[in-house]
Design a protein around this ligand. Structure first.
Ligand code: ZN
Length: 251
């Protein structure tokens, strides 16, 4: 680390549990963030400002005026631009040392598999079940830790599926795919802006912990938040030995 980095990251380096070694792990880390909206905004901002070395930001959407109420990575001047590119430019302003790759596409199939394979860790900041399950399958296949967040109305949830650990549950263990699941997302429902800020920031915290080796991750637990009462609930999550996605991955 050079002098500028020692200064920029001083408040992390001062943390005994993180220190120079942890910061160097962050600088060497490669992270895939799928979704540059409400959850991806705070998550990407904290990962970039914390010095994660290489971030791929994937999103096929463009910034709309109705996004700005909660998607704090984008400004009024970004309306009409692809979110991945608007986000990349904003992250560069916060920390020019972080390499950011903008992928203006809905990652799927081989492209998703390749992007997951190249990452040390994946953040699911999307808003639909189809993509969530596709990301989970790729993370199971490549045994990558997955930090998953969701938010709608006044409710949020966050968890970690640490798929490097053969005993850890995957997203599908907890939320099996079903044809009749009604798609509820922010495109059609309301969302209280700070909910995505809280959940996206928690995703950043879990990602930074996993990458730097600090503390214990949320793996095996799911946190639910109701912002109306500001009550958190913690649910223990078990691996489903019959899970159609992860049961066959072997030990
Ligand atoms: Zn599973």
């Amino acid at each position: 680390m050079n002098d500028e980095q020692l200064l920029r990251y001083a408040r992390h380096i001062l943390l005994d549990e993180l220190g120079i070694e942890g910061q160097e792990r962050l600088l060497a880390a490669r992270v895939l963030i799928v979704g540059a909206g409400g959850l991806g905004s705070p998550a990407a901002l904290y990962l970039a400002t914390a010095g994660v070395g290489d971030i791929t930001l994937a999103d096929d959407d463009v910034v709309e005026l109705s996004n700005l109420q909660r998607q704090i990575l984008h400004t009024t001047a970004s309306v009409g631009r692809p979110k991945a590119e608007s986000g990349r430019d904003m992250l560069a302003a916060f920390n020019p040392q972080t390499r950011v790759h903008a992928r203006v596409e809905r990652l799927q199939g081989q492209a998703l598999s390749d992007a997951v394979a190249q990452a040390d860790l994946v953040l699911d900041c999307t808003d639909n079940f189809t993509t969530r399950h596709a990301i989970n399958r790729a993370c199971v296949q490549h045994r990558k830790p997955l930090v998953s967040g969701a938010a709608i109305r006044f409710d949020g949830q966050v968890s970690v599926y640490d798929l490097r650990d053969p005993e850890a549950p995957c997203y599908h263990c907890l939320f099996p795919e079903a044809d009749d699941v009604e798609e509820a997302n922010c495109a059609t429902m309301g969302v209280f802006a700070p909910v995505v800020g809280i959940i996206g920031s928690m995703q950043a915290a879990e990602a930074l912990k996993l990458l730097s080796g600090v503390g214990e991750s949320l793996s095996g637990r799911l946190l639910w938040l109701d912002v109306r009462t500001m009550q958190w609930r913690s649910v223990n999550v078990q691996r489903d030995p019959e899970c159609a996605v992860c049961a066959a991955r072997g030990h």
